[in-house]
Design a protein around this ligand. Structure first.
Ligand code: MN
Length: 377
C-alpha cells in the first residue's frame, strides 16, 4: 500500500486527495496546512499520521493543544514543510499548496528521491528549469494533478514523446468569457469568484477569471512535457480536458466530467485505474461541445504568460509573483479586475532577463517582482 505525505491538506485538492486515500486505504504519514488548524488536527487524528505541520506559526500553539495526548510530531513554518518533504519511507509526496511557497518542498522531495504528485502550479512556473533538471538527475517522477496536465500526461501514454507535435490546452474561459474590456471594468470580487464549471480556492478562481490560470498552465505544460507548440483553446463545457496532436496529425484527447477526483486519483495510483466517485461522462447530455480561440487582447494575463515563457529566463517567475500580489490586492478591493492583467503585462517591460540557476535566484527574483507589484498598486 502506498505511503503518502501531503502538504496543503485542508484545501480543495488536499481534502479530495484524502478521500481517495481513505477509500483505497493509502497510508498517510504526514500532513501540512497553511492556517486551518481545526481541520488539520481532525485529519491528523483520522489518518493517525506520524507528523503534522502548520505553516503559519501563529497557530502552532493551537495545533499543539488540539493534538495533546497523541504521539503526533508537530511542526511549523517552512522548516516543517521541508521536514515533511524529506521524510523517510514515503512513496509519493503530494504538493497541493497554493503559491511560491510550494517550490522549496518540491525541490526537497526530489532531492530525497521521492516521486511527486504536483498540484502546486507555481512550483513549475517559478522554478521550472530547477525542478525538471533535478527530477531528471534524481530519476524522480512528477505526476501532474491539474486536470489539463493529467489529460496531456494520459494522452502521451503509449506514444513516443518525440512524435508528439502539439499540445492542445483547453480552458473553460472562466466567468467572463465573451466580455469586452469595457464590460469588465467594474467587475466585483463576488462576480469574479463565480466559476461556471469548477469549484476551487479563491486564488485559482480569480486566476481562472483573468485567464492567468491558463497562462500558468501554459508555462507548466512547457516544462512538464517539453513540447514547444501549445495551442490554447476555449472549451466552455470542460469535457475535453486537453489533447495532443502527433506527427501523423492524429489527435488524442482525454475526456470526463469536470471533477478533480479523476486527475487526483490518477496521479495517486498511476498506472492503475480504479473505480472513482465521479459521474460517468454522458456526451449526449452536453449535446454541443464548443471550441474557440482565446481573446488575448481582453485577457492580457494569458498573453503575458505566453510571452514570458517565450522570453524565458526570469520572466515566468516575475509574472507569477506579480499576479500573486495583484490577486491579493483585488480580493482586498484595492485594485480593479483589469488592473491584475495590466500590472502583469507592464512587469514584462520593467525587468531585464536574469538566469535562474538556484533556489535563491528564484527567491530573489520573486521578491523583486513582488516589490514592483506593490509599488505599482
Ligand atoms: Mn487546470
Amino acid at each position: 500500500m502506498k505511503r503518502i505525505s501531503l502538504i496543503g491538506s485542508t484545501g480543495s485538492i488536499g481534502t479530495q486527495t484524502l478521500s481517495v486515500c481513505k477509500k483505497y486505504g493509502y497510508k498517510v504519514k504526514a500532513l501540512a496546512a497553511y492556517s486551518n488548524v481545526s481541520l488539520l488536527a481532525m485529519q491528523a487524528k483520522e489518518f493517525s499520521v506520524d507528523c503534522v505541520c502548520i505553516y503559519n506559526d501563529k497557530f502552532y500553539p493551537v495545533l499543539k493543544d488540539k493534538l495533546s495526548g497523541t504521539n503526533i510530531k508537530i511542526l511549523c513554518g517552512m522548516e516543517g514543510l521541508s521536514e515533511i518533504a524529506s521524510l523517510d519511507g514515503i512513496d509519493l509526496f503530494v504538493n497541493s499548496v497554493v503559491g511560491m511557497v510550494g517550490l522549496l518542498p518540491t525541490l526537497t522531495a526530489i532531492n530525497k528521491g521521492t516521486d511527486i504528485a504536483l498540484a502546486n502550479k507555481e512550483t513549475l512556473v517559478a522554478g521550472g528549469n530547477l525542478v525538471m533538471s533535478l527530477a531528471k538527475e534524481k530519476n524522480v517522477n512528477i505526476f501532474p494533478i491539474d486536470s489539463e496536465h493529467s489529460a496531456i500526461f494520459q494522452c502521451l501514454r503509449g506514444n513516443k514523446i518525440s512524435s508528439a507535435k502539439k499540445i492542445i490546452l483547453t480552458g473553460s474561459g472562466g466567468p467572463f468569457w465573451g466580455k469586452t474590456r469595457e464590460q469588465l471594468k467594474n467587475v466585483s470580487v463576488e462576480e469574479a469568484l463565480k466559476h461556471p464549471n469548477w469549484s476551487m480556492g479563491k486564488k485559482i478562481t480569480i486566476d481562472s477569471a483573468t485567464l492567468m490560470n491558463k497562462g500558468l498552465e501554459y508555462i507548466e505544460a512547457r516544462w512538464l512535457f517539453d513540447i514547444k507548440d501549445i495551442e490554447v483553446v476555449i472549451h466552455r463545457q470542460s469535457v475535453l480536458h486537453s489533447a495532443v496532436e502527433f506527427d501523423d496529425n492524429s489527435v488524442i484527447g482525454q475526456l470526463g466530467v469536470p471533477d478533480m477526483k479523476i486527475p487526483i486519483q490518477y496521479a495517486l495510483m498511476y498506472p492503475e485505474r480504479m473505480e472513482c466517485d465521479v459521474k460517468p461522462l454522458s456526451l449526449t447530455d452536453y449535446g454541443t461541445l464548443t471550441f474557440d480561440k482565446p481573446d488575448l487582447e481582453t485577457f492580457v494575463a494569458l498573453k503575458s504568460c505566453i510571452k514570458a515563457i517565450n522570453l524565458g529566463y526570469s520572466y515566468p517567475c516575475i509574472v507569477n509573483a506579480v499576479n500573486e500580489v495583484a490577486v491579493g490586492a483585488f480580493l482586498e478591493g484595492r485594485i480593479s479586475f483589469l488592473d491584475i492583467g495590466n500590472l502583469i503585462e507592464k512587469s514584462l517591460d520593467c525587468f531585464s532577463p536574469k538566469k535562474i540557476t538556484s533556489y535563491e535566484d528564484v527567491v530573489n527574483i520573486d521578491a523583486e517582482a513582488r516589490e514592483f507589484a506593490m509599488q505599482n498598486i
